[in-house]
Ligand binder design. Sequence first.
Ligand SMILES: [Zn+2]
Length: 322
Amino acid sequence: MPSWTWYVARKNREHLAKDLKKLKRYGFEGVHLQGDDETMEQAVALAGELDLRIHRWYVTLMNGNKEILEEHPDWYVVSREGRSSAEYPPYVPYYKWLCPNHQGVIDHLEKKMREMASLAGLDGIHLDYIRFPDVILPRGLWKKYDIVQDREYPRYDYCYCDVCRSKFAAEHGVDPLDLPDPAADVAWRQFRYDSITRLVGRLAAVVREHGKKISAAVFPTPAIARKLVRQAWDHWDLDAVFPMMYHNFYEKKIAWLEEAVREGEEALRGRFPLYAGLFVPAILPQEMPDAVRYVAKGEAQGLCLFRYGSMNDKHWKHFLAQ
Ligand SMILES: [Zn+2]
């Protein structure tokens, strides 16, 4: 099965060369690589020799950059309680998110895409954190955060910044803060889906102008992705999608992979390929062949391992034996 992996680059070039060669030897198709500009240049040169595809793995809307926080606090999403995630990040201190409707954010991200996509030999850009903050966390994480999210609570519901409110009001004649039940309002939900879908379309256009492909890491199924983080990814303009089918986050067994893949494939209807993201730390080495089998039964185009560093020798042995 065509395979990819998410890979966080270390500084050492020896490691990168060794690992990319190993992935090529194991028949991998591509790598989502996180690292600085220098690392990308090195990786792309190596990947060219190896005929391995490199997508630059980019954290898109979650952004704790000091300069942006200081110069553009208005770029950040605001909760239904009226608090900016820049000042009051939900769940964890680093959960500071940019608003997909703010023109400054759009310009900033388009510029980033242009810079990254100008690297010759790079196959594409891989968008991650291309969503709103979780209005509801995956069920398997409630315990970790000591939280119960049986419905949408104002504290975790975004975005009610001035830009989003006035844009929605212009389109629908009502301020979203005045909606009696925002969670139940179809138009307001759709507005949030469309905000992300539209941003992806704009970034895709910039990336493709440079002859590069665009892919994204998303929540596991179209239904879960809409409900938890407002991603209607089956409607996005992508060249490939990599849903993070991390079964343990949803208190599911490995067999769920087949169902999750099938849901995605049915929604996509072949518009672009789906690679099932596997959460290696929750898969025992001897379960690797089962995981691959379920992904294949759901008829995914391929799979993607999260992440390279989590694969131990036993994982590799069982993965390659399938
Ligand atoms: Zn906003």
